[in-house]
Unconditional design. Structure first.
Length: 449
């Protein structure tokens, strides 16, 4: 890594002059200028290297710059860079086949989008047209994207500013035993009460008005809350009982993150529609989509589907997906994610929890882990209040700064840090991340009481 602070300063200056960043007060941000990235690492123009425990935005499931995927994109660019979605294109057909072969059950048709939010928009559109109903039920503690319907479905503060209620969205509480909305003390209680609450919500909303229930199979940004045994199967039953379309959002949890191709496999459930993006091609070229079951696909056999995108199934994105899936097979990337979770990250994070009073709970699987940081383990009071900013968020800011000082780029959301490295992270890299977290948690511990 050749340091070049002058080049970094120029990149930064042009960014500050002209790039309008997501989710930010433009005058208050100071984005790091990144000079390059490879595998699990990236580096800045001063030559400082970071182990990326965020996988970008939890999407570089095979790490940065995988040579085989880079080569596949280059090859496709030389052959056919782009072509309109109405045509049959070899690489698009192949990507759809490879995805459909891996999605559970009869989710065998793929509608391609450019990312996760558009996948959610289209899944909801399909559900509404299929059922002839309007309402969609989604969970608090969720994220489904930033476009109109997707942000209205989202159950976190990012929704508030765009919450116009026009999407016919009704929110409910999904299970989360550590901070149980149902005063439950066991997973079985949490699951049963969450299902009862969902069914009560449906009864009072009117079952015949509800087109879909959407859930992240394992909620991601909201805190990696693995659903208790029986919950998702119970939701499946409720959907069947009332003719409601069951949508699982696997934009973050899919493509290896949980140690299976899709998180739904852990719970033996098959949704009617499944959204994906991110890991499908590690985000090397924007791609997302909806996997559609036979029944809903049949709705649009004779009747046109009234939705589309100029770049649906873009050849460069599809080439990246084909190569990524091939790499994941050849290099046993999904198996590696499961193995790292079972043997390094899971045990390592639990060991950190034993020594650090700021860790209230460790939860997750594969390369999908959350540390719920608390002021006090007995009361479980979060280390910072919900949606804290400025001074109120100082303990989490201090934790994040300490991680970075130790060469770890951490995922930080509210009172949590997530350990979400690439699915092909090595044992040594995962251990390096644990050591940096160890040092950063010592800083968080200073804010416990
Ligand atoms: N759904 C889930 C579960 C996500 O985590 C995200 C993004 O983080 C989205 C949807 C939105 O995806 P995108 O940002 O590609 O629109």
């Amino acid at each position: 890594i050749e340091p070049d602070p002058q080049a970094g300063a120029a990149v930064k200056a042009a960014d500050r002059a002209h790039v309008f960043h997501s989710w930010s007060a433009q005058g208050l941000i100071d984005p790091l200028a990144v000079a390059g990235a490879e595998g699990s690492y990236f580096w800045d123009y001063d030559g400082k290297r970071y182990l990326d425990f965020t996988s970008g935005l939890v999407y570089t499931n095979i790490g940065y710059q995988h040579p085989k995927v880079v080569a596949a994109i280059q090859e496709q660019a030389g052959k056919l860079t782009t072509f309109a979605p109405a045509f049959a294109i070899d690489v698009r057909s192949e990507a759809a086949r490879l995805i459909a072969e891996r999605t559970p059950g009869d989710l065998d048709k793929i509608f391609f989008t450019n990312g996760g939010a558009e996948a959610v928009e289209n899944a909801v559109r399909m559900a509404r047209l299929h059922t002839g109903r309007t309402k969609v039920l989604s969970a608090y503690r969720s994220y489904h994207g930033a476009t109109s319907t997707a942000i209205n479905l989202t159950g976190d503060p990012r929704r508030w500013a765009s919450d116009n209620g026009s999407a016919g969205v009704v929110r409910f509480w999904a299970p989360f035993l550590y901070r149980s909305p149902f005063y439950a003390t066991t997973e079985a209680e949490e699951s049963a009460r969450a299902l009862q609450h969902l069914e009560d919500t449906i009864a009072f909303e009117g079952p015949a008005t509800i087109a879909a229930i959407i859930l992240e199979t394992v909620p991601g940004t909201a805190g990696i809350m693995t659903p208790p045994p029986g919950y998702l199967a119970g939701v499946r039953e409720i959907c069947d009982k009332y003719g409601i379309v069951f949508v699982l959002d696997e934009v973050m949890a899919g493509f290896g993150r949980t140690g299976k191709w899709f998180a739904a496999e852990h719970f033996d459930v098959v949704p009617d529609l499944m959204t994906f993006a991110k890991g499908v091609n590690s985000g090397y070229v924007p791609l997302g989509g909806v996997a559609i079951n036979a029944e809903i696909a049949a709705t649009f056999d004779k009747r046109p589907y009234p939705g589309g995108l100029t770049y649906s199934g873009h050849p460069l994105a599809c080439a990246a997906a084909v190569a990524t899936i091939q790499v994941m097979e050849d290099e046993k990337v999904v198996e590696n994610a499961a193995h790292i979770g079972e043997t390094v990250l899971g045990p390592g994070l639990r060991e950190l929890a034993e020594r650090h009073p700021s860790v209230g709970e460790v939860r997750g699987m594969g390369v999908f882990w959350a540390l719920d940081l608390v002021k006090n383990r007995e009361t479980r009071e979060p280390l910072v209040p919900y949606n804290a900013a400025g001074e109120a968020n100082a303990p989490m800011a201090a934790f994040g700064a300490a991680a970075k000082a130790n060469g770890l780029w951490p995922f930080v959301n509210m009172n949590r840090t997530h350990a979400v490295p690439a699915c092909n992270v090595s044992e040594a890299e995962a251990k390096e991340g644990l050591a940096a977290l160890d040092a950063a948690l010592a800083v968080a511990d200073e804010h416990t009481a």
